[in-house]
Design a protein around this ligand. Structure first.
Ligand code: SF4
Ligand code: SF4
Length: 345
C-alpha cells in the first residue's frame, strides 16, 4: 500500500502520534541533527542524517534495570527489589534505512533459544519504525556494500520517500498499513512512480558496491599479524566515538549505583575501543594496545559475527564512525587493507 502525505501533514501526523505515544524524531539542535523525544512545537528535521542513530529506541544509552530499597536493620523489614521492564510504545520517525536495520544485528544476540533479553525484546516489539529513504547518499555511506541500500525496507514498518511537496509512504508491515489509514494520508497516484524513480536514482548515485565477501577469511589470516594492526591503528586516539555512534554496536556494562538506602543497577553502552573494556581485576588486559582493540572491532563486525550468524555483516554501512572519527580512521579502508594484503607475506 502506498499513500502520499504533504510535508505539513507529516509534521501534524507526528505531533498527533506524540500526544499518544513516545515519538523519537530527528530535530535540529546546536547546529546539527539529533534524535529527540518529540515535544509540542518541535519541528522534524529531515535535511541530513542524524549524528547518532535512533538505537536508543531499542537499546538506550543508559537504563535502570532494577532498584533495591534497603531498610535500617531496626525496622525489621527486608530489602525490596523492583525490576524496571520497559512499558509503552515508541514510534521512530525519520530514521534512515541503515539506522533502522541496526536492530537486525541485535536480534540473533539478544533473542536466542537460550538467552532472551526482556529489556531489548520489549522495546523492539513495542517500536514502530517510519524510515526515510536516502535521496542523496553521502560519500561515507556504504550500505550497498553490506547487503542494504538507500531505500531498504528491512526492519521498517513504513518507508517514506521524499517527492515534490511531501512524501510517498509505503506500508511494509501490517502495523505500517494501519498507520497509513490516517486521514492525513492521500492517494499516492503518480507520486508513487516519482518515489520509485528517486529511490533508483539514489542507488545509482552510490556507484558500484565493494565486495566484502572475502573479508571474514582475510581478517582471520591477519589475526596474529600485529604489525598490520599497529599500522592500521596508528592514528586512533581510543576515544570510542566510533562505537558510541554505531547503530550495530551492542556491548553494555552493568554497574551498581548507591545513594543512601536506595541502589540502582544500571546498564550503559560500553566501548570496546577503550583499554578498560577488557581490563581484568588482576590488572591483566588481553587487549592491552589499541592495535588489539581495532583488530577485535574489525574482526567482530566483518568476521566473527558473520561466521556465527549466517554471513550477516555486523555493520549497516551508515558511515557514522567514519564521519565522527577525530583521527580519520575509515573502517572501509581497514577491512579493504586486510582483503588486499598478499597472503604469502
Ligand atoms: S573514533 Fe577513531 S579515534 Fe576514536 S576510537 Fe574510533 S577509530 Fe579510534
Ligand atoms: S561500524 Fe561504522 S559504518 Fe558500520 S554500522 Fe557502525 S558506525 Fe555505521
Amino acid at each position: 500500500m502506498e499513500r502520499f502525505i504533504t510535508q505539513d501533514n507529516l509534521q501534524r501526523f507526528a505531533a498527533g502520534l506524540a500526544e499518544k505515544k513516545n515519538v523519537l524524531a530527528p530535530v535540529a539542535s546546536g547546529g546539527t541533527t539529533t534524535f529527540r523525544r518529540l515535544r509540542p512545537g518541535m519541528q522534524l528535521d529531515f535535511s541530513r542524517m542524524a549524528v547518532i542513530s535512533p538505537k536508543d529506541a531499542t537499546f538506550p544509552r543508559n537504563e535502570t534495570l532494577l532498584t533495591v530499597q534497603h531498610y535500617p536493620e531496626e525496622s525489621g523489614k527486608r530489602m525490596e527489589l523492583q525490576e524496571h521492564l520497559p512499558e509503552g510504545e515508541m514510534v521512530v520517525i525519520g530514521c534512515r534505512p541503515c539506522g533502522t536495520r541496526g536492530k537486525l544485528v541485535f536480534d540473533p544476540v539478544y533473542e536466542t533459544q537460550a538467552i532472551k533479553d526482556p529489556y531489548y525484546i520489549r522495546r523492539r516489539d513495542g517500536a514502530t519504525f517510519i524510515t526515510l529513504a536516502c535521496a542523496r547518499p553521502e560519500t561515507t555511506c556504504f550500505c550497498h556494500s553490506v547487503g542494504s541500500g538507500p531505500a531498504d525496507e528491512e526492519g521498517s514498518d513504513i518507508l517514506l520517500t521524499a517527492v515534490e511537496g511531501g512524501f510517498v509512504a509505503k506500508a511494509v508491515t501490517e502495523k505500517g498499513e494501519q498507520l497509513l489509514g490516517d486521514s492525513l494520508f492521500e492517494d499516492a497516484g503518480a507520486k508513487a512512480e516519482e518515489a520509485a524513480a528517486s529511490n533508483a536514482s539514489a542507488r545509482k548515485l552510490m556507484g558500484e558496491a565493494h565486495d566484502f565477501s572475502s573479508a571474514a577469511e582475510k581478517l582471520l589470516k591477519r589475526f596474529d599479524d600485529m604489525d598490520f594492526w599497529q599500522t592500521q591503528s596508528d592514528k586512533c586516539i581510543s576515544c570510542g566515538a566510533c562505537t558510541y555512534m554505531c547503530p550495530t554496536c551492542y556491548c553494555f556494562n552493568i554497574t551498581d549505583d548507591e545513594a543512601g538506602l536506595v541502589s540502582r543497577r544500571l546498564r550503559t553502552w560500553d566501548n570496546c575501543m577503550s583499554h578498560t573494556f577488557t581490563l581484568e581485576g588482576s590488572g591483566h588486559n588481553p587487549r592491552s594496545t589499541k592495535a588489539h582493540r581495532l583488530k577485535n572491532r574489525m574482526g567482530h563486525k566483518f568476521s566473527y559475527y558473520p561466521d556465527l550468524h549466517g554471513g550477516q555483516i555486523a555493520c549497516c554501512g551508515c558511515g557514522r564512525c567514519i564521519k565522527q572519527c577525530p583521527a580519520g580512521v575509515d573502517i572501509r579502508q581497514v577491512v579493504m587493507a586486510a582483503q588486499e594484503y598478499p597472503d604469502e607475506r
